[in-house]
Design a protein around this ligand. Structure first.
Ligand SMILES: Nc1ncnc2c1ncn2[C@@H]1O[C@H](COP(=O)(O)OP(=O)(O)OP(=O)(O)O)[C@@H](O)[C@H]1O
Ligand SMILES: [Mg+2]
Length: 229
C-alpha cells in the first residue's frame, strides 16, 4: 500500500520492462501491478510486446479484454516502432509496464527493442538452477548494451514462484547479490489456491492489502522514483 509519503514519479513517467523465461509470471505480475497502482493513485498503463504466436499462457492484452485491470493495455507495434510508442503511451507522472514474451536472444529482435525503450528492467526468475542459467542470456544482453554504449536500463531481479517454506529463494538471492545484482525485497510466492495468483487470468486482479503484489507495487514505485536516466 502506498502511504502519504509515496515518492513522486518524474512528470514524464517511468517505463519498466518485465523480461524473463516463459511462464515465470510476467503477465500475472503486471496485471496485479496495474490494479494496485490504480488503487494507490499511481497513473499506470501497459504495453504488451509479447509477440502473438504459439504462446502457452494467456497474454496481458487478452486478460485486459476479459476483465478490467486498472490500467489501459496497448498492443505493441513492430520492434522498430516500440520506443516511440512506449513514449506516447507512458502516463504522465506514472508508470508504463512493458510485457514481453519468453526471452529469446535475437539481435534486432523485440526484446532488445524493449530494453532500449525502458528506464528499468525487471527480470522475473523462479528460484531454480535452470532459471539462473537461462537468465544468463538476459544479463549478457544488458552487459552487451552497456559495453557498446547503447541505452541500458537499470536492472532489478524479482524472485517469482517462490515457496516460503523452502530455502531455494534465499540461496538464489544470496548468489545473485554476491554476483553484484540487485534483487527486489518482495517475492511473489507460487500460489495455486482457487483464488491464488495462478488462477487470476481472465478475472479482475484481487486487491489484497499487504499481499506480495501490493508490496511489490509500492516497492517498484520507490525504485522507479529513484531511477537514473
Ligand atoms: N505466483 C503464481 N503462482 C502460481 N501460478 C502462477 C503464478 N504466477 C503465474 N502463474 C501461472 O503460471 C503460468 C504462467 O504465468 P504467466 O502467464 O504470468 O507467465 P509469463 O512469464 O507471462 O509467461 P509467457 O512468457 O509465456 O508470457 C500461468 O498459467 C499463470 O496462471
Ligand atoms: Mg506473458
Amino acid at each position: 500500500m502506498t502511504s502519504p509519503d509515496t515518492p513522486a514519479l518524474p512528470a514524464e513517467g517511468v517505463r519498466i520492462a518485465f523480461v524473463g523465461k516463459g511462464g515465470s509470471g510476467k503477465s500475472t505480475v503486471i496485471g496485479h501491478l496495474l490494479a494496485h497502482w490504480n488503487e494507490d493513485g499511481v497513473p499506470a498503463a501497459a504495453l504488451d510486446a509479447d509477440e502473438p504466436g504459439d504462446e502457452e499462457n494467456g497474454s496481458l492484452i487478452e486478460w485486459a479484454d476479459l476483465a478490467p485491470l486498472g490500467g489501459q493495455v496497448y498492443p505493441a507495434p513492430t520492434s522498430s516502432g516500440i520506443r516511440e510508442r512506449a513514449k506516447q503511451v507512458t502516463p504522465a507522472g506514472g508508470i508504463l509496464a512493458v510485457d514481453t514474451g519468453a526471452w529469446v536472444r535475437k539481435a534486432g529482435g523485440m526484446h532488445f527493442a524493449v530494453l532500449s525503450a525502458v528506464d528499468l528492467a525487471v527480470l522475473t526468475m523462479a528460484p531454480t538452477r535452470m532459471e539462473l542459467d537461462r537468465a544468463g542470456s538476459i544479463l549478457a544482453a544488458l552487459d552487451h548494451l552497456q559495453s557498446v554504449g547503447a541505452h541500458c536500463p537499470e536492472l532489478r531481479i524479482l524472485l517469482t514462484m517462490t515457496n516460503p517454506s523452502a530455502a531455494a529463494a534465499d540461496e538464489q538471492e544470496t548468489a545473485l547479490v554476491d554476483a553484484g545484482y540487485q534483487v527486489l525485497r518482495t517475492r511473489v510466492p507460487r500460489s495455486d489456491a482457487r483464488d491464488g495468483y495462478g488462477q487470476a487470468f481472465g478475472r479482475p486482479p484481487r486487491l489484497v492489502p499487504d499481499s506480495s503484489m501490493d508490496l511489490l507495487a509500492a516497492e517498484l514505485v520507490d525504485v522507479a522514483a529513484g531511477v537514473v536516466r
